[in-house]
Design a protein. Structure first.
Length: 300
């Protein structure tokens, strides 16, 4: 399998440059960590950007309470290895405090509630920048993002009111109460990410490789089954060989029927597929503007 090393090196250099700009312009810095491949790549890039010093970022995970156990174990193991601070915001706390009302019914999910929990943590800890793994190829709302994404005092994103980024000059100026989200791998594609993981030999949770799991089919999307999930009378749980292309809350993380058990097999599978990476995200199917609406409310 041929990998374009020069292309990957250019993407890596760009991402490292952005991360160093973040370190120079902001004080309270976190990496938004989901346990997914993009956030894991961000951590790897941060290590390279500041080596041999320790990276100047804490990891911030918004835990819905409905995460894959494999994700949480991977997160905890990685934090121990890095020796960095882990900040966990619990959606359950937001529910208990009456900050959000938990959805009920067949399609109930805590995914949307993450926005409130995230903004509360940012405000409470005085975080002025949160680095995320969003990429422009993922979804049309993400395609509107700049590297430095300004958020107002309410944590909201206005795609029409972003600063120009000519010649990679980034403006991190903010008023009191405002903050930034920064996306160092904006210009990467899903295939770039996987090829970089292969080149750098980055360890990932086993969820990304084919494994046996109980699943069910809902509106054309295969979802992993968990005991707290309600099923429609027509939905049946069965076992199949699957893997994840993205990882998030169990209720909205679609799984892919697959036999790919190695990075090279995954790359070949992605190169041949006609389904987008977020095509299996059940939360994106709530409306055509679902992602943009959540982003305006303060979503990652």
């Amino acid at each position: 399998m041929k990998i374009n090393d020069e292309h990957l090196k250019e993407l890596e250099d760009e991402a490292i440059f952005v991360m160093r700009e973040v370190a120079a312009q902001f004080e309270r810095k976190v990496i938004l960590f989901s346990g997914g491949k993009d956030s894991i790549v961000l951590v790897h890039l941060a290590k390279k950007a500041f080596w041999p010093a320790k990276m100047p970022f804490s990891l911030l995970h918004i835990d819905t309470g409905h995460n894959f156990e494999e994700t949480l174990k991977f997160r905890d193991d990685l934090v121990r290895e890095l020796g960095v601070e882990l900040i966990v915001g619990l959606v359950q706390d937001s529910i208990d405090e009456g900050r959000v009302v938990e959805e009920t019914g067949i399609n109930a999910s805590r995914n949307k509630a993450q926005s409130v929990t995230l903004l509360d943590v940012i405000d409470r800890l005085g975080i002025d920048v949160a680095v995320g793994g969003g990429r422009r190829d993922e979804e049309k709302a993400r395609a509107k993002e700049r590297f430095f994404s300004h958020r107002n005092e309410f944590g909201q994103w206005d795609p029409k009111n972003q600063r120009p980024e000519l010649w990679n000059i980034f403006n991190g100026h903010k008023n009191f109460g405002e903050h930034f989200r920064v996306f160092p791998i904006s210009n990467w594609t899903e295939l770039d990410v996987w090829q970089y993981i292969l080149r750098e030999n980055i360890i990932l949770p086993g969820l990304y490789y084919t494994h046996r799991r109980k699943i069910f089919l809902r509106n054309g999307v295969y979802l992993a089954w968990a005991p707290f999930m309600q099923l429609k009378p027509s939905e049946k749980v069965f076992e199949a060989d699957v893997r994840c292309r993205t990882i998030g809350d169990i209720t909205c993380t679609g799984v892919t029927l697959s036999k790919a058990q190695s990075l090279k097999e995954i790359i070949s599978e992605i190169a041949a597929t006609r389904v987008t990476e977020r095509g299996g995200r059940y939360d994106d199917k709530r409306s055509e503007a679902a992602m943009e609406d959540r982003k305006k409310e303060g979503y990652f």
